[in-house]
Design a protein around this ligand. Sequence first.
Ligand SMILES: *Cc1c(COP(=O)(O)O)cnc(C)c1O
Length: 396
Amino acid sequence: MNPATHYNEPARRDTFLARTGRDPEAFGGLVNTPVCRGSTIVANTLEEWESRKQPGNAMASYGRFGTATTRAFESAMAELEGGEHAIVFPSGLAACTHAILAIVRPGDHVLITDSVYGPTRQFAARVLTRLGVEVEFFDPALGAGVAALTRVNTRMVYVESPGSLTFEMQDIPAIAQAAHRRGAFVVMDNTWATPLFFKPFEHGVDISIQAATKYIVGHSDALLGVATANARAWDLLREGAHDFGQTAGPDDIYLALRGLRSLSVRLRRHHHNGIALAQALQAHPAVRQVLHPGLPGDAGHDLWRRDCHGASGLFGVVLQPMAPARLSEFFSALQLFGIGLSWGGYESLVLPVDPPKRSVRPFPHEGQLVRVHAGLEDVDDLIRDFTAALGRATRA
Ligand SMILES: *Cc1c(COP(=O)(O)O)cnc(C)c1O
């Protein structure tokens, strides 16, 4: 079946994205929830002050717990992900690390996918081990086999599907079942699929993380993270974040709220551009392999079809071996792809990737790995630009 047609994100999401996180009546008719700044929030009476501290209103007594801008974004994200509540962080990585810290205790054992986002791996290896947590990485293809690695003290299984450098899909429901049998929490980095293309809580995830810096903000102009929890994990997540004084600025949150309005429209285009570009590169003689779970024949394709409603614009390309000067020529010849970190903005990017660090088994592909982000440009222009640059680099 043509992967371009596997795009079945429910249409009513579009309506939700247009209406969520705003309340014109509360702000003099303004269409958008404004940037609300504030540290001190004053009360006029003792009764009013006491009421601010009631459980249902726990974050309304001081600006560090957010303002109306924060609440609007967090409630929109919680509903979009399908969780109970969400909390915003100043970066995607802060959301990852604080979600983990909220859960683990000295003496715990945690399982982390070997394909995890690099800085999260580094945090686990450096910080978690220092705190007396035993960190074990597992093969992303393991699926239900994760059960054999769990122990009585396994506290968390951390997943990311697909991995944002190497694009292995994971069988999240099977892994979640194995984790829950031990009473462990399942934490997922859901940045690649976004809540539009993967519904983490329907697949057994307890905390879902978005590097909102990517598709949620969508314009490469702000850093932000969000963690959403189900009822089981929410108290731990909220306390964990507050204990560390985590807070994000209202200007960046405003940009994320704005990004949500066009999320579904943008992702539809990223889906189609990414698949069309990946298919064109698959057919190119200078390309050894394309790593994109949306392509038939990819190792993760069946899981992607089963669990995802679409693909974002991020995928990998393994080039045929070429001399460094040729590789350099390829990158210089690209006109429409900037060389840069991050992704999820409207613009196309490439990133040369060193062989990724692995604990369980080495990354199996030889040849330069290039991460590609298909932006919102005309896809024929993108294909023409990329194949022309490959042609220049490989011309005898
Ligand atoms: C970028 C990214 C992060 C971190 O987000 P920042 O906002 O850059 O800190 C986390 N996870 C994944 C998969 C990412 O791509």
